[in-house]
Design a protein around this ligand. Structure first.
Ligand code: HSE
Length: 429
């Protein structure tokens, strides 16, 4: 028998417990291993109300569970980077293997924890930390092991994707769309993590370490959230044949890896543009496999519980066979993470300018001085001397040069406010 201890009976803790209770016998039949929850730790007695535990002890102190010799696998589902770190580190030191859904913990303290797991001969399972139910960690770690991963595009935050879908398809205002996403139970306790892009960046951190073997910190990921997107940019994007998505992008470029989370325009014909509502998706390009796409629910009790259970069973089978594997292989690559302004891509630029002769040539002149070439222009409205939006798509340019050019453009006398720019990603179709 492999004993499981669950720390934290929140949404995912309950989902995990219920799935193991429902399918424990099926898992035993399929794998030959009896996987059983033997203890649960939860400080808030309210959270265990109504849970049929069949006599399994619910303790308040997580250390009681960690130090229980019947527990082989500790499942950390408390979240955050404080107590959760102590529990994971403590469990590894006590010789337990650990399963976690905690993307913030892995992004902020993953290097230390995976090094500890290697030293202790333990493991950390983290399938549930990225894109909930989607088995994308396994896809990259096992299914695509015969590949060098070249490119990853992720829609990794359901709340942001819901907001963008509602804004673009139903014209809902940002705040109303956010409220609806919160009501669906997808938003983080602090929704600022969702709308600022930080939650997606936590998940990208995990994917970059796994796929590229590069150590990466959150500070190295250029992170922008959906709160800056204006309905007018969604409309212009449509006119050019693009959708705006909050994309997590990781791309191998020579000796460096580009890693960013930001509102990005993607062609409507790209499958990632069709991922709507709270759904997540990850598009992975390997040198041999080519592109593959993974789609599903990124949050919730059952979807995330499903991923947690997959790690528990995977570990239980190998624990029973006494064969551990290495976790996140960060540090086995010499590649570095690219700085934000080095990024070279096509851009969408919207300036607010007075409608006068010569305006466009001044703007394109400044872009030209910075080596930026324009691929398409739209001007909306025709009111002499009033401000109108002028929207341009550029050919490939470095973000550093574009920012310098925009700074100059925004100082021109006929410009009526800060210009907006956004990355365009063709998505390697
Ligand atoms: N707040 C996250 C989301 C939940 O909106 O996708 C899953 O990590």
């Amino acid at each position: 028998m492999i004993g499981v201890g669950i720390i934290g009976l929140g949404t995912v803790g309950r989902g995990t417990y219920n799935i193991l209770k429902q399918y424990g016998h099926v898992i035993q039949r399929k794998t030959g291993v009896d996987v059983r929850v033997v203890k649960i730790a939860e400080v808030d007695p309210e959270r265990s109300k109504g849970l049929e535990t069949d006599g399994i002890a619910i303790v308040r102190d997580a250390w009681d569970l960690i130090n229980d010799p019947r527990v082989d696998i500790c499942v950390e589902l408390v979240g955050g980077t404080g107590a959760a770190y102590d529990y994971v580190a403590g469990a590894l030191k006590a010789g337990k293997w650990v399963v976690t859904a905690n993307k913030a913990l892995l992004a902020e303290k993953g290097d230390a924890l995976f090094a500890l797991a290697d030293r202790e001969g333990g493991e950390i399972g983290f399938e549930a930390s990225v894109a909930g139910a989607i088995p994308v960690i396994r896809a990259i770690r096992d299914g695509l092991i015969g590949n060098r991963i070249e490119y990853i595009l992720g829609i990794l935050n359901g709340t942001s994707n819901y907001i963008l879908t509602k804004m673009s398809e139903e014209g809902l205002p940002f705040n109303q769309a956010l409220r609806e996403a919160q009501e669906l139970g997808f938003a983080e306790q602090d929704p600022a993590l969702d709308i600022s892009g930080v939650d997606a960046a936590h998940k990208l951190c995990v994917l970059v370490r796994l796929a590229f073997g590069v150590p990466i910190t959150m500070q190295e990921i250029v992170t922008r959230g959906v709160s800056s997107i204006e309905p007018t940019d969604i409309e212009f994007a449509k006119e050019f044949g693009y959708k705006i998505k909050l994309l997590a992008i990781a791309k191998e470029q020579g000796d460096s890896i580009e890693a960013r989370v930001e509102p990005t325009m993607i062609p409507v014909r790209h499958p990632m543009s069709t991922v709507g509502g709270v759904f997540n998706a990850v598009y992975v390009v390997g040198d041999h496999a080519g592109p593959s796409l993974y789609y599903g629910k990124g949050a919730g009790a059952d979807p995330t519980g499903s991923a947690v259970v997959s790690d528990i069973v995977d570990m239980a089978v190998r624990k029973a066979a006494k064969c551990a594997r290495r976790g996140l292989a960060a540090g086995d690559s010499s590649k570095r993470i690219k700085k934000g302004d080095e990024s070279v891509t096509r851009f969408y630029v919207r300036v607010k300018a007075q409608d006068q002769p010569g305006v466009l040539s001044k703007i394109s002149g400044i872009l030209g001085e910075h080596g930026i070439s324009i691929a398409a222009v739209i001007q909306k409205g025709r009111t002499e001397n009033a401000y109108v939006p002028i929207v341009m798509l550029t050919y490939e340019a470095s973000e550093g040069s574009l920012k310098q050019a925009i700074e100059k453009i925004d100082r021109l006398s006929f410009i009526g406010g800060p210009s907006v720019h956004m990355r365009i990603e063709e998505g390697d179709l």
